[in-house]
Design a protein around this ligand. Structure first.
Ligand code: PLP
Length: 373
């Protein structure tokens, strides 16, 4: 059996989510914006899903805006908040591109991070002033798994720029941490269903009461004019089912998967000369195992692992033929030689002991082989 260790890229759908969506792909196909019985049936399902999503995110149902992806939720947050309150935008240097690129497009600033991947609060304090209207700091990083001290960021923003909107991308955090509690200080909170056992192409943005986002999409005026477009009812219903199951099982999943991750990371650190773990494990989500192997190129390692049935990812981005360490590793100050040999093994609720065994049996030999070449 191959080992799927790329759950940060996407997860298998939870059976409960598949079951929940099927009726809305078949006979319950109504458009919730209409008024007849078929529409009303879809509308009822939509509003029930909204309540579940709101509860799981610690929000009121009126604060949930359904989107077509995590990327759209992030874009709506950054562009939408900025359009409502023009000013300086700041984001952490380790944000996903869905936040980083909108920030760049608005001429924004980057807040540096410490070697453990957490935002440098002293530097952020110097950057945030009254001219700042949007600050974006993700709750958990997609590459190295670091959980940010969001409550401290929120307090800093309230202190230095009381009118500013705090955006948090909780896309990678939701499977592992209590987003309702940890993101309580953020005005805008983005999630994406396919990272926690829901379908691809559906996400949500929490827009707290009193916070305005200008819409990106204009049209039928759905979502109280915050996001036009006919509802993906099946996707939204499935996202709610996946969220509910994720929250119900989260504590047990974190304990079980965290132990697997520790066995995997410790095993590889012991077995491979020069291997190093990225960041501080105590600050990472339970499913993240990120290591660097100097003297190895990530892409070549991934090819060998793929052939052996270990499905993983790397943090390097290949732009115009030149492989460079990711912006996340660069921002954390990981030396280039290490960054080029990065490997992300991301575990999920379905990861088993056998998956970890296969990775432990495969990675050291693959690294050794590449070092011999
Ligand atoms: N934000 C983070 C932290 C992510 O990891 C991802 C997905 O990789 C996204 C945003 C984008 O979400 P989606 O794939 O739903 O567009």
């Amino acid at each position: 059996m191959p080992a799927y260790l790329d759950n940060a890229a996407t997860t298998a759908m939870r059976p409960a989510a598949v079951e929940a969506m099927l009726p809305y792909l078949r006979d319950r196909f109504g458009n919730p914006s209409g008024s007849h019985a078929v529409s009303r049936e879809a509308k009822k399902a939509l509003e029930e899903a909204r309540e579940v999503v709101a509860t799981c995110l610690g929000a009121d149902p009126s604060e949930i805006v359904f989107t077509g992806s995590g990327t759209e939720a992030d874009n709506l947050a950054v562009f939408g908040a900025h359009a409502a309150r023009p000013g300086v935008v700041i984001c952490s240097a380790v944000e996903h591109h869905a936040v980083l690129h909108p920030t760049h497009a608005l001429g924004g600033l980057l807040a540096p991070v410490l070697p453990d991947g957490t935002v440098d609060l002293d530097a952020l304090r110097l950057l945030v002033g009254p001219e700042v209207t949007v600050v974006a700091v993700m709750l958990a990083n997609n590459e190295v798994g670091t959980i940010q001290p969001l409550a401290e960021v929120a307090a800093l923003v309230r202190d230095r720029a009381p009118g500013a909107v705090l955006v948090t991308d909780a896309v990678q955090a939701f499977p592992w941490v209590d987003v309702a509690r940890l993101a309580a200080g953020a005005h805008l909170v983005a999630v994406s269903a396919h990272k926690f056992g829901g379908p691809k192409g559906v996400g949500a943005l929490v827009v707290r009461r009193g916070t305005t986002v200008r819409p990106l999409l204009h049209g039928g005026g759905q979502e109280r004019d915050r996001r036009s477009g006919t509802y993906n009812v099946a996707g939204i219903v499935a996202m709610a089912a996946a969220m509910q199951a994720t929250v119900r099982d989260r504590e047990a999943t974190v304990a079980r998967v965290g132990a697997l991750r520790d066995r995997l990371a410790d095993g590889l650190l012991a077995a491979v000369d020069g291997a190093a773990e990225t960041g501080d494990r105590a600050l990472k989500v339970a499913g993240n195992c990120h290591l660097t192997f100097p003297g190895v190129e990530s892409e070549a390692l991934l090819v060998l692992l793929d052939a052996a049935g270990v499905y993983a990812a790397a943090g390097s981005a290949c732009a115009s033929g030149a492989v460079e360490p990711s912006h996340v590793l660069a921002a954390m100050g990981v030396p280039r030689e290490r960054g080029l040999g990065a490997l992300r093994l991301s575990l999920g609720p379905e990861t088993t002991d056998a998956d970890v065994d296969l990775a432990l049996a495969t990675v050291p030999g693959a690294v050794a082989r590449l070092r011999e070449e």
